[in-house]
Design a protein around this ligand. Structure first.
Ligand SMILES: Nc1ncnc2c1ncn2[C@@H]1O[C@H](COP(=O)(O)OP(=O)(O)OP(=O)(O)O)[C@@H](O)[C@H]1O
Ligand SMILES: [Mg+2]
Length: 342
């Protein structure tokens, strides 16, 4: 439940927040990152195989959705933004699937290069269910390469970014540690004045970025110690120093998120929805998408964080869905303001 004080502050900002979301579709965003495909294969369990003691599953459906940096791209597109994706896919069916999904969502895919020596990063979950029972994941197969990206491709990525950087309102770096975010790519990205970094590790490589959005485990990895309520502020100070960034947003799962500024600013935003939470995967990418569009529209950091939090509160409610829309966000904001605290 939101407390009355927070609801009152939110209420005062209502028209500014609505206005920011109304302008989401005007913004041009360059997303650079590790593009991933999430695959879900499901079917009904028929019997035990005679070849080996394993289940035989009759295939029913294959679902393919963007993951990792591709989820950040997809979230921005679903919020109506004009998105250009930059990254790598392999010369394979998964890469084609990702490009097709992006094209259907209106994403400019001209910055997605084909890397013939590495597969499209793909995480395939195989799940089964008995005749009338819940579906359960049995195994996950990951496709990826530990080899570093060919230097020629690295230069092509950096060149593409350099060409497009003057045409966009913001740059998002979505670093899932799969190899795209090499030094030259990061350097090209940091030429923009508004850079949002969502990186799993090595945050200090992004000196000059506007804001970082680590979740709690990522923040802990960066500072090297575990973080609780009591030392959250110390951790934020260390993160600000490590990254040299003016702002850090630590997303804290069910505890919402905390924003810290080099100027001493501290803002805590509670999770807007803690009761109907079904699926939190990908919520961080949704936060980044809404936050980026709010900042691109000239919103304050607090307003951007509130809108990021609002967008996340919607996606955690939906099983298997990781995106939301402006209409859903506006409706959710209305709902928050109307709810009487008990
Ligand atoms: N259990 C939860 N209850 C309510 N809100 C949640 C919960 N988990 C996440 N959220 C919302 O989503 C935001 C981002 O979540 P989190 O900190 O888990 O990001 P993340 O770990 O980067 O996510 P991912 O990397 O899977 O996309 C939170 O700040 C909060 O607003
Ligand atoms: Mg994340």
């Amino acid at each position: 439940m939101l407390d009355d004080l927070f609801r009152a502050v939110l209420s005062e900002s209502e028209s500014a927040l609505q206005d920011l979301t109304n302008r989401f579709s005007q913004h041009r965003i360059l997303v650079i990152g590790d593009l991933t495909l999430d695959e879900f294969l499901t079917g009904q369990v028929e019997r035990i195989s005679r070849e080996a003691p394993v289940l035989i599953i009759r295939h029913e459906e294959t679902r393919q959705v963007p993951g990792g940096g591709a989820n950040a791209v997809f979230n921005l597109a679903k919020l109506g933004a004009q998105v250009t994706a930059v990254g790598l896919v392999g010369d394979d069916d998964q890469g084609k699937a990702l490009s097709r999904i992006f094209a259907e969502a209106g994403v400019d895919t001209s910055g997605i290069l084909v890397d013939r020596s590495r597969p499209t990063v793909t995480k395939t979950r195989i799940s089964g269910h008995a005749r009338q029972s819940v579906t359960q994941q049995i195994v996950r197969i990951d496709r990826k390469s530990d080899a570093s990206v060919d230097p020629a491709l690295q230069s092509q990525l950096a060149e593409f970014i350099a060409q497009r950087i003057t045409e966009v309102d913001a740059v998002v770096c979505s670093d899932y540690g799969e190899g795209v975010m090499v030094a030259s790519v990061i350097a090209a990205a940091l030429q923009h004045s508004l850079v949002i970094v969502d990186a799993q590790k090595d945050l200090d490589r992004y000196q000059g970025a506007t804001i970082f959005t680590p979740n709690l485990p990522e923040a802990e990895l960066a500072v090297g110690y575990s973080i609780a309520e009591a030392n959250l502020h110390t951790a934020a100070t260390d993160l600000l120093q490590l990254t040299n960034a003016p702002q850090i947003l630590i997303t804290r799962g069910e505890d919402g998120m905390s924003l810290f500024g080099k100027d001493g600013m501290t803002e805590h935003v509670p999770a807007f929805n803690r009761t109907q939470v079904f699926d939190v995967t990908g919520a961080g990418d949704t936060v980044v998408a809404a936050l980026t569009l709010a900042l691109a529209g000239g919103g304050s950091f607090w307003q951007a964080v509130v809108l990021g939090n609002l967008a996340a509160s919607i996606v955690v409610r939906q099983f298997g869905t990781t995106t939301t829309t402006v209409a859903e966000m506006q409706e959710a904001l209305q709902g928050l303001l109307e709810t009487q605290s008990g």
